[in-house]
Design a protein around this ligand. Structure first.
Ligand SMILES: Cc1cc2nc3c(=O)[nH]c(=O)nc-3n(C[C@H](O)[C@H](O)[C@H](O)COP(=O)(O)O)c2cc1C
Length: 199
């Protein structure tokens, strides 16, 4: 039994292809880990703060208690991620990258002393360990070998930043070409072809 966290960044609800790929991933996970809990975090429903000066300062100097703690949202999502064993990250491709809300979420997740720590020699170590992630990515276009922004700007970025906070492995699952009116895909088959049972 595992705690599964599904992070949803598409504004398109259940019509979203990344959500459908995420749901197939969770169906698969529930089949191998019956009785697991599933928590959904719909970023479109959240008022995710943009990093501002007060919050960046509070990373290093404790909040003085005046007004709302700038880390209120960061505290919520860090507690949720710490609880999770497996994180399914839905990522629609927007303008060659991820949706701005997923970037805002990551900016709240990557926080010194909470998701990574500084070692004595100045290097940084991720502390959100013993967790794996699946990336469930959907792009309207289909990309070949010569220029593949899905790999270059989404897979590489999300793998790097999740590894940075200690999450490993990060397994990419991708559906491409969703803009085609005839787009159809067997989500369950994609998951089965790419799954890794490592925890
Ligand atoms: C504002 C916007 C920007 C987009 N940018 C791209 C893009 O750069 N490349 C691409 O292949 N598809 C792009 N698309 C198409 C989406 O990637 C496609 O609709 C995908 O299915 C979105 O994922 P979702 O179905 O989970 O929402 C864009 C769509 C929107 C609405």
């Amino acid at each position: 039994m595992k705690n599964i966290l599904h992070i949803i960044s598409s504004p398109k609800g259940d019509q979203s292809y990344s959500v459908q790929l995420g749901n197939a991933t969770i169906r698969y996970l529930l089949s191998i880990y019956p009785g697991s809990t599933v928590t959904e975090r719909w970023l479109i429903a959240d008022e995710i703060p943009a990093l501002n000066d007060a919050q960046i300062r509070s990373f290093f100097v404790p909040h003085n208690g005046d007004g709302r703690d700038p880390n209120w949202y960061s505290d919520i999502i860090l507690a949720e991620v710490k609880q999770a064993d497996i994180i399914v990250v839905g990522a629609p491709m927007y303008n060659f990258g991820i949706h701005a809300l997923l970037k805002a979420y990551i900016d709240q997740l990557v926080r010194p002393g909470h998701s990574f720590v500084y070692e004595a020699d100045g290097t940084r170590k991720g502390v959100l360990t013993n967790k794996m992630a699946y990336l469930c990515i959907a792009s309207g276009g289909k990309y070949g070998e010569h220029f593949n922004p899905v790999e270059k700007y989404i897979v590489n970025y999300l793998q790097a930043i999740l590894n940075y906070v200690g999450i490993n492995p990060v397994i990419p699952l991708v559906v491409e070409g969703t803009v085609d009116p005839a787009f159809a895909v067997d989500y369950d088959a994609i998951v089965l072809d790419n799954h890794q049972v490592l925890i």
